[in-house]
Ligand binder design. Sequence first.
Ligand SMILES: [Zn+2]
Length: 341
Amino acid sequence: MPPSKRDYYEVLGVAKGSSVEDIKKSYRKLALQFHPDRNKAKDAEDRFKEITEAYAVLSDAEKRRQYDDYGHDGFGSRYTEEEIFRGFDPSDLSDLFGQSGGGGENWFESLFGSTATTSRRGRRFGGSFEGERGRDLRFRVEIGLDEVARGGEVSIRVPRHSTCPTCSGSGLARGRRGARCPTCKGVGQVRSESNVAVKIPPGVEEGQILRVAGKGEPGLDGPEASGDLLIEVSIRPHPLFERSGSNLVHEVIIPMIDAALGCAVQVPTLSKPVELQVPEGTQPTTLLRLRGKGLPRLGQRTTGDLLVRIQVRVPESLTAAQRSLLEQFRASGTSRPSTNR
Ligand SMILES: [Zn+2]
């Protein structure tokens, strides 16, 4: 990403002498507006990166001083992108948009790449919404491995409490003193349901929490103070594959003779079956690797492997002819017992 061409103060819409608090406030507002998970406009991602870059510099006292001293171009020629983001803690902002997958910094990694991230973490952002924010709502969603592989979208039906439209939350009937509002029975709130689309990032992990910012309980201060929707992902067991991180494990049973002589087997994948060459002399429980046939790694462009565990079946009954052949083989003396060490 080339550094922003525009002045950072201009990008964040703040004056040059603005306080750190005002810069934060402005960044949070713009970040909510342009986060690519929420804003589908074509230039949203670029705008989001631009404001995040501006914020990374202006929220850091030393970088901001240098920026003020050297000006935009002078600063840009002194700092690489990596240096601009050094010390910047994206987990500070996890309460804004959480993760589009993975730990709190993954939204950041997926936009800027892992080189720009830092290891500092643990501090929550104490923004001005705290206290007036609506509650976060938690749900669980069950998906299959196919959805893990491809990513996608699930729709969650979210029950909500919202301010009663009849009495505007007072709980009182209009015009009749002391009477309760007929719509909410005096509670001041009504229940409603809405469908919220939740993006499943490819490579999502079991137990991972996906956060949809602003789709929880409404807050008192308007839409920006709404809580978040937290979706815990649960992954259905697959009949053919076991998951191991980004790898899949599949077990194939081959006859003893095929293990000794080598063979080709058809192996299922999450898309279409592929042929796998089992080399001669393959031992039981050997893992053979089909590169790139596993699951995508979360927030990366790489894919895990399909590991094929070879199990060997020994014939349980032999015809007279087979027995005779195997006895000849034994007599040839090439298969002495050995001890595992
Ligand atoms: Zn009411």
